[in-house]
Design a protein around this ligand. Structure first.
Ligand SMILES: Cc1ncc(COP(=O)(O)O)c(C=O)c1O
Length: 454
């Protein structure tokens, strides 16, 4: 593309004409090829990818071992339908997956395709298992864009706006993130945890009674809401409240899972046991696969036939996922996450403390592993989308989307996130030291270019 016989064909223009306007897009590039940390466009532009396709290609694009496993499976059986029989590819995957889940009690799994589907599966399970209906989500959460998950998403109104009525029975409570309380970045974590747990108690006494509440769901690192790790004390507090009231604790690790935060799952760090774990994205490095894990006892409370789906746990995606787990082991991927995380945090913190005009724009550098957020000083402007954020407001506009566009000009893909002024780094976990250095250089130059214009 363009083809020899149609040299003037413009794929981006075709896409703009024929793909739904409902999709927001960071760039107009047409991605044709991806290897490791780079994507190449139809025009031959090589882009350094600090998005990993939104936290999916954790092992880099087209990891040879993963692609080979998928290709082999394609020649064996592609569709081993799970409501008709067992899938050998799925069972082979589960034998590798179950031992690496964050708690030995999470030994029973349901596989689906997308993250949002898996969130819906968790909601169905929680309702069936507790015989209660309501779900408590976190302020700032992101769980997807389907009618149920858009109702559960509280990072931006855009995902549900104009599409109601969404699923009822959802209540939001506070997450320990200073910006959500309008407090300064140096507010002590203990204080934020205390305030958030207090708000949860209020939610349970003013909005949804414990006897009506099936589950509390959270992302152990708030993703779309601003890349904010949940402090361990908050997770322990949630666990205690759930235990007191017979409420299930669901961890949505769709974005934070599969090595992203330096452990296979982010919740591991706290030692808290979720009742239900949700995973997707990185599990199959680009093949659509998601799922939930819970205890055998909880999973047995659903009647046969209530779960399933034509493509649930597709055989090709399962073969890819099994290869992903092998690569994590063989290539010691988590060691690289630790080293590259140190490198990235080192660079960002040095820049923040440098006293330069660009560095002074940075308010906060946070995250874990290679799930790293940078928040800028501008607390006033709350945006619904990249485009709105980039628009001038009060003569300024948010900094993050401008930096993103400067990065794109320099052939690097980077995303902003949340209604606050935040950028997120989600590079492949296999990124090399030299590639990370290049990413830091491009980011530094881009921030400087934005600072000059302010
Ligand atoms: C934490 C979290 N949950 C759920 C989803 C939805 O996943 P999907 O886009 O695969 O439906 C996402 C997607 O970004 C996510 O980050």
């Amino acid at each position: 593309m363009p083809h020899a016989n149609e040299p003037t064909f413009d794929a981006a223009a075709f896409g703009e004409q024929h793909i739904t306007k409902g999709i927001g897009r960071l760039t107009k590039h047409v991605f044709e090829d991806g290897k490791g940390s780079y994507i190449t466009t139809d025009k031959g532009v090589k882009l350094l990818d600090m998005t990993s396709g939104i936290g999916v290609c954790n092992l880099g694009h087209c990891h040879p071992k993963v692609s080979e496993a998928a290709a082999k499976q394609c020649m064996k059986i592609t569709h081993a339908q799970v409501n008709i029989g067992f899938s050998a590819a799925q069972i082979a995957l589960l034998r590798e997956l179950i031992p690496i889940l964050p708690h030995p009690s999470l030994d029973t799994v349901f596989l689906w395709n997308s993250g949002a589907e898996a969130v819906e599966a968790a909601v169905k399970l929680a309702r069936a298992a507790t015989k209660k209906q309501n779900i408590i989500v976190m302020q700032g959460s992101y769980h997807g864009r389907t009618c149920a998950t858009a109702a559960m998403t509280r990072s931006k109104t855009i995902y549900g706006e104009g599409h109601g009525p969404l699923m009822p029975g959802i209540f939001a409570t506070a997450f320990p993130f200073y910006a959500q309380f309008g407090l300064p970045a140096d507010t002590p974590i203990d204080k934020l945890v205390e305030m958030s747990l207090f708000q949860l108690k209020l939610t349970l006494s003013q909005q949804t009674a414990p006897s009506d509440t099936a589950a509390i769901i959270l992302e152990p690192v708030l993703g779309e809401g601003g890349y904010v790790p949940a402090p361990p004390a908050f997770l322990h507090g949630l666990r205690k409240i759930c235990d007191e009231h017979g409420i299930l604790l669901i961890c949505d690790e769709v974005q934070s899972g599969f090595g992203r935060t330096g452990t296979m799952f982010a919740v591991e760090d706290s030692g808290v046991k979720p009742d239900v774990l949700i995973f997707a994205k990185g599990i199959a490095n680009g093949f659509p696969l998601s799922g939930i894990a819970s205890t055998n006892e909880i999973m047995s409370r659903q009647k046969p036939g209530t779960m399933g789906g034509t493509y649930a746990g597709n055989a090709v995606a399962c073969a890819a996922a099994k290869a992903v787990i092998e690569v994590f082991r063989e290539e010691k991927v988590l060691d690289n996450v630790a080293a590259r995380s140190k490198q990235l945090f080192g660079f960002l913190n040095n820049l923040k403390n440098s006293g330069s005009k660009a560095g002074n724009l940075i308010q906060d550098v946070r995250g874990r592993g290679l799930m790293v957020g940078v928040q800028f000083q501008d607390a006033d402007i709350i945006a619904q989308s990249q485009n709105e954020a980039a628009r001038k407001k009060g003569g300024a506009g948010q900094i993050a989307p401008k930096v993103v566009q400067e990065c794109v000009k320099r052939d690097m893909l980077l995303l902003s996130t949340s209604v606050f002024d935040v950028l997120r780094f989600i590079p492949p976990l296999t990124i090399s030291e030299a590639e990370m250095q290049e990413a830091c250089r491009i980011f530094g130059e881009s921030l400087e270019a934005v600072a000059k214009e302010l």
